[in-house]
Design a binder for this molecule. Structure first.
Ligand code: PHE
Length: 342
């Protein structure tokens, strides 16, 4: 028996010699101390030992088991310590390391102006309507009192996609879509991209407009003027005034060109206003009765006004941008300057 015990002790020493992890140690431990382990089976064999030898054998076996348990406990403690230290080392965080900096973005000047316009007009009760960028001839021209061969078509160099389809040249096309579907009172604001074959420092083949349309009983040019005054004060400054100059658009009658007093020099005349004291900002007018009729709105009962402005133009004026291309090139050095603007 003593031989057997020595043998087991030896094989335990052998087995635990190179253990590195508590998992393998646990497996080895089961091999000896588990229910069907070597020591446990020796204990089970006690049944076959003659009764007079049992006490001394029992003592030996108990001693072996205690020895084995202590041995495993000691190794386990050593391994646990080692594993813990290793974990600490691996998970150590260097709190002195500087954080990663993510640079703040900036709103594009177009977005800034569009949001500002929306907020000003939403404050006056306008709702947003967005029409399609691909329009047909009817919405972009004919329904806007600009039939085929009308000379006013030459005011806008159009990109045609087919005989009938085109890239809309003006957000005014949305006026018709709204009036066909909704009866007065109407008060909508329609932002969006428009396209014209036109390209220089102040024109781009793609640009953005903001259209407004108000139709109700008793709407007059005075309402338009009052609303434009409010718009000019909010966008360009509290002291800015507006003036209307006669103009021509087929879908408004009368039509006006709207100027604001120069917010740079206060009207005295400077480079921005080219010495005139006034800056042209948008086109507007009273909705032509033919346009109302075409949308089944009785022009003897209802009147309305419409206005349309170029968002890039407002952005260029407001931020002192001298070339429209800057608004489309996406140059970060340019865009960075709008950081923090809301
Ligand atoms: N659609 C016109 C343009 O693009 C602007 C405009 C809108 C004029 C509404 C009058 C009324 O030039």
């Amino acid at each position: 028996m003593q031989d057997k015990i020595n043998e087991i002790e030896k094989s335990i020493d052998e087995a635990v010699k190179d253990v590195q992890s508590s998992k393998t140690l646990q497996e080895i431990k089961m091999r000896f101390l588990g229910k069907t382990g070597e020591i446990s089976s020796l204990m089970k064999n006690m049944r076959d030992v003659p009764p007079e030898q049992r006490p001394s054998m029992g003592k030996l076996l108990n001693a072996l088991r205690e020895w084995t348990e202590e041995r495993f406990d000691a190794i386990e403690k050593r391994i646990k310590d080692f594993e813990l230290k290793k974990k600490y080392k691996e998970e150590k965080i260097d709190v002195t390391l500087p954080g990663r900096v993510t640079e703040d973005g900036a709103y594009h000047p177009n977005t800034l102006i569009r949001n500002e316009l929306i907020s000003v007009f939403a404050g006056m009760g306008f709702e947003i309507f967005e029409g399609p960028e691909i329009e047909n001839d009817y919405y972009n021209f004919t329904a806007l009192n600009t039939p085929a061969d009308h000379p006013a078509r030459d005011m806008q160099d159009t990109f045609y996609l087919s005989n009938d389809l085109l890239l809309r040249t003006q957000t005014s096309a949305g006026q018709i879509r709204v009036m066909e579907n909704k009866k007065p009172p109407i008060k909508i604001l329609s932002p969006g991209k428009v396209y014209r074959s036109d390209d220089d420092a102040t024109h781009s083949p793609m640009f953005s407009q903001m259209e407004g349309l108000v139709v109700d009983k008793g709407i007059t040019l005075c309402d338009l003027k009052g609303m434009l005054d409010e718009f000019a004060r909010k966008i360009f400054g509290a002291n800015v005034k507006t003036r209307l100059r006669p103009s021509y658009f087929p879908f408004t009658e009368p039509s006006v060109e709207v100027d604001v007093s120069c917010f740079e020099c206060g009207g005295k005349g400077c480079r921005l206003c080219k010495g005139t004291g006034w800056i042209e900002v948008l086109g507007a007018g009273m909705v032509n009765r033919h346009v109302l009729e075409g949308c089944d709105i009785d022009p003897d009962e209802y009147t309305g006004f419409a206005f349309g402005m170029g968002i890039e133009r407002i952005a260029m004026l407001k931020y002192g941008i001298n070339n429209m291309k800057l608004l489309f090139e996406g140059d970060v050095r340019f865009l960075k300057q709008f950081k923090g603007e809301r």
